[in-house]
Design a protein around this ligand. Sequence first.
Ligand code: SF4
Length: 189
Amino acid sequence: KDAAEMSLKDIDQLAKSSFPLCMRHMLDKLRENHHLKHGGRMQFGLFLKGAGLKLEDALAFWRAEFSQKIGSERFDKEYAYSIRHNYGKEGKRIDYTPYSCQKIISATPSVGDHHGCPYRHFGEENLRAALNKMGVGGHTLEEIMDKVKNRHYQLACTLTFETTHGVSCDSGINHPNQYFTESQKVLRA
Ligand code: SF4
């Protein structure tokens, strides 16, 4: 199978093995609330597109969650357009690019939003818990929290990548899709 293609049924497993924390968090929240606000749909939707989720699968993915809350009719009416739009199939037909870490870190999520960068936007306790859930603890966790305190969010994410994959990532993490690709490279090797 082409490494640049993501199939619908693999999303949860890929999230566990290869999504950066920002995208894991949004998948969790989407599964939990069957909804994501605009900022989240953009950040997560474009990431999934960049990771190889095809338009038809993207529509099925969002519809499956949203319809549990608002029904599939309302989903088709109110949300399907913006998903096709992200894929350049509506409006000005621009093929939108997934957001970089820099852009995500400089976002200003409000209450009820789940986009943004956890290293930048989570409180300390939540971040520690989220990292624990990824199997990060002990000395490495303290090192990561140190980077966060010094506002080196991408370095904190890089360190997380390195410790969860057991490799060094000399280029550093600068894009969630780069995180995903590098992870798949390591795991498929
Ligand atoms: Fe996502 Fe980038 Fe933040 Fe990592 S540093 S969690 S990839 S935005």
